[in-house]
Design a protein around this ligand. Sequence first.
Ligand code: ATP
Length: 248
Amino acid sequence: MKEEIVIETNGLTKKFGSFTAVDQITFQVTKGEIFGFLGANGAGKTTAMKMLCGLLEPTSGKATIAGFDIYRKTEQIKKKIGYMSQKFSLYEDLTVIENIRFFGGIYGLSGKQIKERSRVIISKLNLEESQHKLVGSLPLGWKQKLSFSVAILHEPTIVFLDEPTGGVDPVTRRQFWDLIYDASDQGITIFVTTHYMDEAEYCNRVSIMVDGAIKALDTPKNLKRTYGASSMDDLFYQLARGAQRTSD
Ligand code: ATP
């Protein structure tokens, strides 16, 4: 069976004045794939992701998300995607259950759906005891796991994760990735940026961006073989060390 393509870009470019932040990137991502989007600070990852989410207009090139053109169909795209970043957080002064209900309402879920999905999330995250606690009182790792569960509450086609595990301890990061695998098994495509190279190993394929362009794209195993790298860390260093941009 042919794999279903859910993200497709062709020469996607974003310029800010004369500065090219994203330079003609071309790639495809298939249904249920865990796609790692790597690059040093300032490489252009967030800018690319914003274009794919329909938040920023491309200067040139093309991209489709779940078959919708990112230029013209931004409203349809918003229904098909979930988004979570390190900075985006839930409402700290609402409880766990109130947050789930609130976002369920925004996503247009019915009362019955919200009830059912709340039960599943609470049980999966072992939050039975904490469901009526304010989110602000939870440890960061729990918040991020809850935040991810809320980002896929409406069962989107794709979820965009922008450094979702920044600052989270290794054990909790591993648990977070179990949630990612579950979502991928359900057929949700995962588009994730990270600075942790152990997480890059967990992805089905990884692209590495340098100065706005994609310099390499393959499975972690093939990338290491192609570049004779002993680890993803080594590979990343090899590719990114020639970068002109060091930070934003
Ligand atoms: P980080 O990991 O630090 O978030 P990134 O790979 O996500 O980096 P971007 O945030 O996409 O990188 O930024 C890419 C480049 O574009 C940077 O040099 C940044 O300064 C520049 N840039 C981003 N947004 C704008 C803007 N609105 N106007 C001008 N330049 C911008």
